[in-house]
Design a protein around this ligand. Structure first.
Ligand code: WQD
Length: 338
């Protein structure tokens, strides 16, 4: 079976391509390489021994999307990662995010809606919950007003899929709401490669530890948590990738309960920023240079997943601990800089 992975050269996309190939799927990647590089294709091939099909173009070019599906009418499923994902950038340039993240989704769904049977997995985010009223967060938690255009594109994206599935019985879709993806493939062939100054915690930690950054700033220690720093649910990217494969299999094997479903994908465990630092120092066997500074605009206090639905209905659960994930991130950082 041939599976289209959009954004398949990116951080989560590349790890998902590896897990799809491990399960025997033929993979075709579409990526515009705006936030990834084509050498990831060789790295994926090195891991699995199978070179995915690859086409480089921008999904905002509607005619190219149509042409692709005309040439690949044997695509059985689509996993859609391609999107802009920097929260801060989305605040500065909202139209870039609404165009890139939503027009591309519409063009893909237009193609899938005309097929006799289509299966679609959407890369969503726990961002849709904002600061949830109850923890851990279940899929029934209310979706709150987005804190950023990025988060809004995930909310609107889910609504576009839901509304399309309502009138397209042959379209079967699942939105996966990721918590915080971290770490790297055990081979250290693929991992997170933020362009410029990392916005996310883990790449900033590993770049500080390897000497690329002077010092980590911890954004606030006056939150109502055990040590005053924010809590997040850090999930190993390979565990997250495997969740996509089981979600796709659920659709291909017609085990879905309705033709639009939503699943949280996290570990179910929350960790504070200081706990992450302590874990990293243990795994890397070195002290991290950090300082406490003021809060970052838009940060929520705490978010971690209730994973019951994914555990029970997907038969999936995260396997890697925070230590494992940070160890793989550190190994990757050392290899990339060697
Ligand atoms: C985690 C914690 C920061 C950097 C974002 C997106 C979310 C998802 C994951 C795509 C927070 C603290 C961070 C630093 C710090 N992306 N921190 N110093 O904000 O939870 O989620 O990435 O789907 O949609 O919003 O992740 O890694 O930026 O921050 O203290 O230099 O680390 O305050 O508490 P976040 P993050």
């Amino acid at each position: 079976m041939k599976i289209l992975v959009t954004g398949g050269l990116g951080f989560i996309g590349s790890h998902t391509v590896v897990e799809l190939q491990n399960k025997g799927y033929e993979v075709v990647i579409i990526d515009n390489c705006s936030n990834s590089s084509a050498d990831v294709l060789d790295r994926i091939t090195k891991i699995t021994g199978i070179k995915p099909l690859f086409e480089q173009f921008d999904l905002r070019e509607k005619n190219k999307v149509q042409d692709f599906f005309n040439r690949h009418n044997d695509v059985s499923g689509v996993i859609h990662f391609a999107a802009s994902k920097a929260v801060g950038e989305s605040v500065e340039n909202p139209l870039l995010y609404y165009e890139n993240n939503l027009s591309t989704l519409v063009y893909l769904l237009q193609q899938l809606s005309s097929k006799s049977s289509a299966h679609f997995i959407f890369s969503s985010s726990c961002t849709v919950y904002g600061q949830a009223d109850e923890l851990p967060i279940t899929e029934n938690a209310p979706v709150k007003a987005a804190e950023s255009p990025y988060g809004n594109t995930k909310q609107i994206g889910e609504e576009i899929i839901r509304d399309t599935c309502k009138v397209t019985s042959d379209l079967n879709a699942i939105s996966l709401r990721y918590f915080n993806p971290i770490g790297a493939h055990p081979s250290s062939e693929i991992g997170e490669l933020p362009i410029g100054v990392p916005q996310n915690l883990i790449p900033y930690i590993t770049q500080t530890a390897i000497g690329l950054r002077e010092q980590l700033s911890v954004f606030g220690d006056d939150y109502p948590t055990s040590d005053g720093t924010c809590i997040r649910d850090y999930i190993h990217v390979v565990d997250l990738a495997k969740a996509h494969v089981v979600a796709l299999q659920r659709l291909l094997e017609h085990k879905n309960v309705s033709n639009y479903e939503v699943f949280n994908v996290g570990t179910g465990t929350g960790s504070t920023v200081l706990e992450v630092i302590q874990s990293f120092e243990k795994m890397s066997n070195q002290k991290l240079n950090y300082k406490i500074v003021g809060r970052r605009e838009g940060d929520i206090t705490a978010a971690y997943a209730d994973t019951t639905k994914a555990n029970n209905e997907l038969g999936w659960q995260a396997k890697s601990s925070l230590d494992d994930s940070l160890g793989s991130a550190w190994k990757w950082e050392q290899k990339v800089r060697s």
